[in-house]
Design a protein around this ligand. Structure first.
Ligand SMILES: *Cc1c(COP(=O)(O)O)cnc(C)c1O
Length: 438
């Protein structure tokens, strides 16, 4: 290195490594810019959030809570986090909010730390019925060493069998009754099951990772007023912020709130990704203005998409309940355990449509499922409306039902998407793209 100018001359080999990373990052950006991102857990962030997550805050530290820090230099961040706590309480209508969690899974680990002790029993939705890995022994539930009992499931309604689940809760007397799923078409009928849980002294926890934006927008259900003591969630699925999590509670009790705060720090976080926290706060401010409309349009698009897919000839699940009340749609592409969902997802990818295979009720092999789980929350954010959802369903039919070469469909996918890059439902007077990578 030239000590005066600070100029480095890297070896060509190592420079190439750096360029490989940069190029793959850009290429991933182009894939989503030119394609249809329809993975139900993903979203894109507003221009202001884009700026914030690329800011100096990415490398800074804060531990503790606003005004109670272990490091200097946190005054500006105190302003941000204090505002964020206030906004989160308002947006989620919650007496308590902690906005530090670095993901939905971390929120769950923190909540389970606060609500249960190793060896306690928990009830939850099984992963086969759509529960998340963090509700399973292989994930956070096992990490906390909790004994798991899963709810009896009503396959036709795609929700817990209420009477059988209430009986089960009364029998096994869990410490925590956990509700919510990753495959989440309809609101959980929470009230009765929460009452049963309270009868046996269980804490009621609702994992709203997928549907948090729909809940905050008033379009799904209201768990904190239907019996949930604690609600966790991701900040980047239907809530359209940067990756991260929230920990919310209906409790006004200060000791209880303190237990939740200390479960996050020092429980499961040291520093907690300040650029993402600041991005969440911006997303909360934007949600206050546009969230209700975004949630309403998202659900309307999912219902329109499900109907259009069915009209094209696809087997869409839950027809009897109107297909969906969330941002998700489930489709079946062949026999159980046939891997037909995996094949469909690959073929769609060749056409520039990004989805994920998913187990449907009755599937037993996670890598050979029969279905797809589709989400419309990202397309909604760049202006797709219910009419355009019909066009999207036609693209699916060309690839999967009419055996057209995916490469030829890809050109039409790109043409459609290129008219929809401007990100909506946020402070974006300049009309910036939701896909900033050139
Ligand atoms: C996605 C999801 C999570 C995990 O969220 P991350 O932010 O990916 O850690 C937790 N619970 C449920 C039900 C989910 O679907």
């Amino acid at each position: 290195m030239d000590q005066r100018t600070g100029a480095w001359t890297p070896s060509e080999e190592n420079r190439q490594l750096g360029l490989t990373v940069l190029e793959a990052v850009k290429s991933s950006g182009r894939l989503y810019r030119d394609g249809l991102g329809m993975i139900a857990s993903e979203n894109i962030v507003s221009p202001f959030v884009q700026d914030i997550v690329a800011s100096d805050l990415h490398g800074r530290y804060a531990e503790g809570l606003p005004g109670k820090r272990y490091y200097q230099g946190c005054d500006d961040f105190d302003t941000i986090e204090s505002l964020g706590i206030t906004l989160a309480k308002e947006v989620f209508n919650a007496p308590f909010a902690n906005i530090q969690s670095t993901s939905g899974t971390v929120s769950n680990i923190g909540a389970l730390k606060a609500l249960a002790k190793p060896g306690d029993r928990i009830t939850a939705v099984s992963t086969a019925d759509g529960g998340h890995i963090s509700h399973a022994r292989m994930g956070a539930v096992g990490l906390r060493d909790l004994a798991l009992t899963t709810y009896p499931w009503d396959e036709a309604r795609m929700e817990p069998d209420i009477d059988a689940a209430c009986a089960m809760i009364r029998e096994v007397k869990p410490k925590v009754a956990l509700f919510g799923q990753s495959v989440f078409l309809f609101p959980t009928p929470l009230k009765e099951m929460a009452d049963a849980a309270k009868e046996v002294g269980a804490a009621v926890m609702y994992d709203g990772a997928h549907v948090l934006g729909l809940i905050a927008g008033g379009q799904f259900q209201d768990p904190l007023r239907e019996g949930a003591d604690v609600m966790t969630g991701s900040s980047h699925k239907t809530f359209p912020g940067p990756q991260g999590g929230f920990l919310l509670s209906s409790s006004e009790d200060e000791a209880y709130q303190k237990r939740l705060n200390t479960a996050m720090f020092p429980g499961v976080c040291s520093s907690y990704h300040l650029h993402h926290v600041a991005g969440k706060v911006m997303a909360l401010a934007e949600f206050k203005e546009y969230g209700e409309a975004y949630a309403r349009d998202t659900v309307a698009n999912a219902q329109a998409f499900a109907q259009a897919l069915a009209a094209e000839g696809f087997d869409v699940l839950a027809e009897g309940r109107g297909y969906t009340a969330s941002h998700q749609v489930l489709t079946r592409h062949g026999a159980l355990d046939s891997g037909a969902g995996a094949k469909a997802a690959h073929r769609l990818e060749q056409a520039g449509i990004i989805t994920n295979m998913n187990m449907l009720p009755g599937d037993t092999k996670a890598m050979q499922p029969s279905g797809l789980r589709l989400g419309v929350q990202e397309l909604t954010r760049v202006g797709f409306d219910t009419d355009l959802m019909k066009d999207v369903a036609k693209l699916y039919a060309r690839v999967l039902l009419h055996d057209e070469d995916p490469a030829s469909v890809k050109a039409d996918v790109r043409a459609l998407k290129n008219e929809h890059h401007v990100i909506r439902y946020c402070f974006n007077e300049e009309g910036r793209s939701g896909y900033p990578v050139a």
